[in-house]
Design a binder for this molecule. Structure first.
Ligand SMILES: Nc1nc2c(ncn2[C@@H]2O[C@H](COP(=O)(O)OP(=O)(O)O)[C@@H](O)[C@H]2O)c(=O)[nH]1
Ligand SMILES: [Mg+2]
Ligand SMILES: [Zn+2]
Length: 371
């Protein structure tokens, strides 16, 4: 029997096999069609269906049924304005016989896209992970309070992607029962519709619950500030100190945290999970559907305001403001909703003025345009 290919040897990862990646008929069918087209165009093969399982400063690491290899993307992709590979992408790759480096010929259409506004190009979108089924939003209970501002942004992006969002409150051992109660109350307001799990990597509380959130054959992404406990949680799920945590961090010349790698990790008894570096900021791109899903209590009332385009500020007949006055809607939530909406309107207007079409990524919940 030949040894199964493993990404571990190539990228210092725990065991990950093609069977863990959740390949379905959808991917196989998309691949067959794309490969047939490339063959008809005379492109040299052989072609393989693969998934991008690690992204760092080097070339993307692709895992196919038979191989694990680094692959550059074909120059045509940039020219033809095709999607550039993100972690989690299913790709058509060519791995010429006798080579250990491949070429990504095509990124297959994404089922779901987890994206924020590109920090280097405010008009663009940065795909943080592709084809994810669950988004685990991580927040530490050791904090003095819930960073609602940040959580709401992360949840909008999660809902927009179409993945199932959950809120994992980590470091439960580092809080008091009173503080926990307070945090849970706020979490319920900030994350309506998301399952909330209280977890501790020290006591093991909640760890099995997190495992069940990522069933075999599915892909999860963890998001949250640096230091929230993401890597520690993954290590706990693995039962081994695989990922670097806490104080042990690479820094660049300016002393900033420079863990730039994103990697896919197989969870025993579960699916795969993507560990991404903590994001400094979470600016929204086009995420109208995600905004609606993250603020259901406000959206439910919107249609009842006197004016169809009510901004819920000081318009007469505003039912949202009326609900705030009755204490049925949290005033902070409304302010947050307005801020996120204004941010997206501003982006939309800017793109329109510069004459750029609003290119949308495939999939996700985002259907509605601005009212
Ligand atoms: N007390 C306690 N500390 C934790 C827990 N999880 C993580 N930490 C600590 O929090 C710090 C940051 O954790 P890390 O996993 O590196 O965070 P990341 O940046 O989100 O990946 C480390 O010093 C961990 O030891 C926990 O459940 N309880
Ligand atoms: Mg980490
Ligand atoms: Zn209103």
């Amino acid at each position: 029997m030949t040894e199964k290919p493993s990404a571990s040897r190539q990228a210092d990862l725990p065991p990950l096999a093609f069977d863990d990646l959740g390949c379905t008929e959808r991917e196989r069918a998309l691949f067959s069609a794309a490969a047939a087209e490339l063959e008809a165009a005379g492109e040299p093969g052989p072609f393989a269906l693969g998934r991008v399982v690690s992204l760092d400063r080097s070339l993307p690491l692709v895992m196919s049924e038979k191989d694990v290899f680094r692959a550059e993307h074909d120059v045509r992709m940039a020219k033809e304005n095709q999607l550039l590979p993100a972690i989690g992408d299913w790709v058509v790759a060519a791995l010429p016989q006798g080579h250990d480096q491949g070429i990504i010929e095509q990124v297959l259409p994404r089922a779901r896209t987890f994206a924020r506004r590109d920090p280097h190009n405010p008009d663009g979108m940065q795909v943080l992970a592709a084809n994810i089924d669950e988004a685990l939003v991580i927040h530490p209970l050791s904090a003095s309070n819930i960073d609602a501002h940040r959580l709401e942004r992360e949840l909008v992006i999660a809902w927009e992607s179409g993945a199932v969002p959950s809120l994992i409150l980590t470091k439960a051992d580092a809080t008091t029962p009173e503080h926990l109660e307070q945090m849970l109350e706020v979490a319920g307001i900030v994350a309506p519709g998301a399952q909330v799990v209280v977890e501790s990597a020290v006591t093991g509380e909640g760890v099995e619950q997190v495992r069940r959130l990522v069933p075999p054959g599915t892909t999860a992404v963890v998001v949250g500030r640096s230091g929230a406990g993401k890597s520690t949680l993954i290590n706990r799920l693995l039962g081994a100190e695989v990922l670097t945590t806490g104080a042990v961090r690479a820094t660049d010349g300016a002393g900033r945290h420079t863990t730039v790698s994103r990697q896919m990790i197989a969870i025993p008894g579960g699916g795969v999970i993507i560990d991404a570096p903590g994001m400094r900021n979470v600016a929204l791109a086009d995420a109208w559907g995600g905004l609606e899903a993250a603020f259901p209590e406000i959206v439910a009332l919107e249609g009842t305001c006197r004016f169809r385009d009510c901004k819920h500020r000081s318009e007469p007949g505003c039912e949202v403001q009326a609900a705030v006055a009755r204490d049925e809607i949290d005033a902070r939530r409304l302010a947050s909703y307005q801020e996120l909406r204004d941010e997206m309107v501003e982006l939309q207007d800017r793109l329109r003025r510069s004459g750029r079409s609003e290119r949308r990524q495939a999939g996700g919940r985002g259907k509605r345009k601005r009212r």
